[in-house]
Ligand binder design. Structure first.
Ligand SMILES: O=C(O)CCC(=O)C(=O)O
Length: 306
């Protein structure tokens, strides 16, 4: 990364070596893709969301301490310990903030994604989540939205997306460490395609025996602003957070425009296009409205294939 484009501006294009590693292992940790300047508006928006929610919970007596003055990771952990309701509605499709929508088209992020997709025709998949993983003392250690069991992301799409080149782009919004429950991956296994998943708590999961004796899990810590990029058939999971602070992250997915997303009932949008720049969605109101309508219309839809 850190190349220059023809105008001499810095770009976040991945190096050939990074792309080769992704092709070989099905996983790539890339530090420093999003800069502090990229992340600051998003962090401020999330802090404001937490503050408003905390005040509402305080007003109804669900919490007693607003934990004002605590930092981004600590505050939501302190609030979650008083009421897990603090994270209700805290996800991309529910909070739908303008800074979050702008971040989905962030140039540095899309430059890195373009290096892996090898096309500037990029669609942002509706399979995307914002997670503030609270300490295990409050969440428990069992499988959940926070402690996600072993799975491949292809298993969380419908079959229509089997041949879609969907890349999972997992962004650390605070430093993700082994202690606070960073991602774990199994490199190389993506070459065997989709493994059998069973439904369960925390979504579809693969029994570990299915990986074979040579498959070695690798923890992939990454600093705030760095990404873990994963092939759609790379098995991954996340473990409980054994710190006192929350592990904030965004898991996004991008794919070449025109390929099925595997969630036809949720709204995708064109995030970058050289061929048809007029198709790029830049209107936050339209994006937000599409989510509201889709969530209403798709109530009860089968989201995962198992
Ligand atoms: O962030 C996590 O803990 C889990 C994310 C995940 O499993 C995914 O992005 O598919």
């Amino acid at each position: 990364m850190g190349l220059e484009n023809t105008e001499g501006e810095a770009t976040m294009t991945l190096t050939d070596q990074q792309v080769a590693q992704f092709r070989n292992e099905g996983v790539l940790v890339a530090e420093g893709v999003a800069t502090e300047g990229d992340l600051a508006p998003l962090t401020a928006e999330l802090e404001a969301w937490v503050d408003e929610k905390a005040r509402a919970l305080h007003a109804e007596g669900a919490i007693t301490d607003l934990a004002e003055g605590a930092d981004f990771g600590d505050r939501i952990a302190k609030l979650y310990a008083q009421s897990p309701r603090i994270t209700e509605g805290l996800d991309v499709m529910f909070s739908r903030g303008p800074a979050l929508f702008a971040f989905l088209r962030n140039g540095n992020v899309l430059d890195a994604v373009q290096s892996l997709l090898e096309t500037p025709e990029i669609t942002c998949s509706p399979i995307q989540h914002l997670r503030a993983k609270a300490p295990a003392s409050a969440t428990g250690e069992g499988a959940s939205f926070f402690n996600v069991p072993w799975h491949q992301d292809q298993a969380v799409t419908w079959e229509e997306a089997n041949d879609s080149n969907i890349i999972t782009c997992w962004l650390a919004l605070v430093d993700a460490t082994v202690e606070n429950g960073c991602m774990e991956v199994i490199p190389g296994v993506f070459k065997n395609g989709l493994l059998e998943h069973k439904p369960g708590e925390g979504g579809p999961s693969i029994p570990t025996a299915a990986f074979g004796p040579d498959a070695l899990p690798r923890a992939v810590p990454v600093k705030r602003g760095g990404f873990v990029f994963m092939h759609r058939c790379t098995p991954h999971r996340s473990t409980p957070n054994f710190t006192h602070s929350a592990r904030w992250s965004l898991d996004l997915r991008y794919q070449p425009t025109g390929q099925p997303t595997g969630r036809p009932f949720h709204p995708e949008f064109v995030a970058r296009s050289e061929a048809h720049p007029e198709t790029v969605l830049t209107d936050h109101g339209v994006w937000s409205r599409r989510w509201v309508e889709a969530l209403e219309a798709s109530k009860g839809a089968k989201v995962h294939r198992v």
